[in-house]
Design a protein around this ligand. Structure first.
Ligand code: URA
Length: 438
């Protein structure tokens, strides 16, 4: 038997030969345990970036990472169908706060482990923590108890899950190896699979505010994640959704909780409604609630009947949050400062720069540049106009909010720069670009 060495494995990948399951495990385990140094893991990551990985290699990498730490099995304690969703990260994406209560109201269980926001993208945990008293650091028994009672629980992912990803992701950040499809796919899916998700709906964002800038790359990422899920016998579908403009009209934390609560009360911007109902219907379908079209009707009914809103209230209450904040929004905290931005020209809004919106929201205090930065739950942006709307010169484009002492004039100018105008109405298509189920 030949002895494996990191050097030979790096060389093999550099020469474009596919790595075996054993070789991939050797690298992942060795690096996680501190036996393989950063230099050799960095070289392998770069070789993967240049040469890619086969489906089999990506599945092996995902499994090796998944098995590097604790693995949860919520479905063993929960009798009903458990369904999860994952978004690859966007701006204004509060769909979990809408789709998960819809599924809970329709009788599914959604045990959801989520992350915090970083850089220009937001995170579900930060949004939920804008609700006074809301506890997202649930121990496992409490997490399962909330799922049993409310159908949906949302907890911050603990450090014991997938330690390999923690180390590899930090190295990827330092070595310009983040945007590689097999590396993103294995990073996301190892965490999803370690939390015991039996059926997963992936919301793969595409466009200027997303990791993947084109539909074709998003589809490749979706298929790579689906194949890793299927290799483990988990049901998985993917929805490719538009991230060339922020989703909905609110970007921030408290402000996105308001938009989600309003959506569940039947008042929702069209793009957010389409994406949320599509994701919920896909989750319901994977959970066995019926054919896709039936599930769309179930999702819409759950909103119209108010059942989905009550499901969210129940989750919030059971996690220690003040459910009244979902109705009396002043309980979410009132920002100390606001700044209205008006249009300097007349015309149709043809584009709103999405990544720059996320960066501006982060600068206002709603996001983190570094992973331990504090969050201002009252900070954010509320758009008054969106792509396709006509703006008269002097009309309101949106409002910036923050509770940090700062002059909002410069951010206001940055906000105005996010908009592009055209004389003719631009083509506006659905935010749901593609559903991949095979
Ligand atoms: N999110 C993750 O968890 N990992 C990646 O690599 C990219 C996005």
């Amino acid at each position: 038997m030949t002895m494996l060495t990191a050097y030979d494995i790096i060389m093999k990948k550099r020469r474009c030969s596919p790595l075996s399951d054993e070789e991939i495990r050797f690298m992942v385990n060795g690096f996680t345990e501190g036996v393989i140094p950063d230099s050799q893991m960095s070289a392998l990551l770069m070789a993967i970036c240049f040469n890619g990985m086969t489906e089999e290699e990506t599945a092996s990498l995902t499994l090796a990472m998944m098995e590097s730490g604790e693995m949860l099995t919520p479905s063993k304690q929960l009798v009903r169908s458990c369904v999860d969703k994952h978004s690859t990260g966007g701006v204004g994406d509060k769909t979990t706060l809408i789709a998960a209560p819809i599924c809970a109201a329709c009788g599914l269980y959604v045990p959801k482990m989520s992350g915090r926001g970083l850089g220009h993208t937001g995170g579900t945990i930060d949004k939920l923590e804008a609700i006074p008293g809301m506890n997202t650091s649930l121990d496992y028994d409490k997490f399962i108890d909330v799922v049993r009672k409310a159908g949906f629980a949302s907890a911050a992912q603990t450090g014991t899950l997938v330690p390999a990803d923690k180390k590899i992701y930090a190295l990827r950040n330092m070595t310009a190896t983040v945007d590689s499809i097999p590396l993103i796919s294995s990073s996301i899916m190892s965490k999803k699979l370690a939390t015991g998700a039996e059926a997963i709906v992936l919301d793969v964002k595409t466009g200027d505010g997303a990791f993947m800038k084109t539909v074709s790359d998003s589809e490749k990422l979706a298929r790579s994640m689906m194949s890793a899920a299927k290799a483990l016998g988990r049901r998985c579908t993917a929805v490719i959704t538009d991230m060339n403009k922020p989703l909905g009209k609110a970007v921030g934390n408290g402000i996105e909780v308001i938009e989600a609560a309003e959506a569940l009360k039947g008042r929702c911007p069209a793009d957010l409604y389409d994406v949320s109902v599509t994701l919920a219907a896909q989750m319901l379908m994977l959970g066995g609630a019926g054919e896709y079209e039936e599930c769309v009707m179930l999702a819409k009914d759950a909103i119209e009947s108010g059942k989905a809103f009550h499901a969210l209230e129940k989750t919030v209450e059971l996690q220690g949050g003040d459910k009244n904040a979902l109705t009396d929004y002043s309980l979410l905290g009132v920002p100390k400062f606001s700044y209205e931005v008006r249009s300097s020209e007349s015309g149709y809004i043809s584009r709103i720069s999405c990544e720059k919106t996320g960066i501006l929201s982060m600068k206002l205090g709603a996001g983190r540049q570094n992973k331990d930065d504090p969050i201002d739950p009252t900070a954010g942006i509320l758009f008054d106009k969106t792509v396709g709307d006509y703006a008269e010169k002097g009309s309101l484009l949106g409002t910036l909010y923050t509770s940090s002492e700062c002059d909002l004039k410069a951010p206001g100018e940055e906000f105005a720069q996010l908009f592009s105008f055209s004389a003719e109405p631009p083509a506006v298509s659905s935010a749901v670009l593609k559903i991949i189920s095979d």
